[in-house]
Design a binder for this molecule. Sequence first.
Ligand SMILES: [Zn+2]
Length: 132
Amino acid sequence: MVAIKAARLGRGSMNSLTCPRCRKNSYSSYDASFLACPYCGFKFSKKYGAEKRLEERTKQEIPFTFFHREENFEASTLDVSEKGLSVEIFGKPLVTVSDIVGFSIRDNQIKAKVRWIVKLQYKSRMGLQKLN
Ligand SMILES: [Zn+2]
């Protein structure tokens, strides 16, 4: 019994953090420290959110078709900024980090480098760095 109680107390002192970028949960014992998300590397803290010095990201959901290695996937942007964007893809394209991908969103041709990928059950999220 004592051991169980100690374990519960131990867990209680940890904070569950939801990454603002990939939405996965991780744990930290400090509210205010900036830690990199173990899944996508995004730095944030529970207390302050995303690091302020990071570029402004605008939430923008624009549907588009992601075509990669002869396969079409339904996709949508999640947020868009000057230098990059994060997208959600319905399916699991054969993409790996640092691949160069190309697609068009509302007639804009986009060429981008994959910076991170999170694979969920039926979909994938990717962070892309714009190259054009
Ligand atoms: Zn993350």
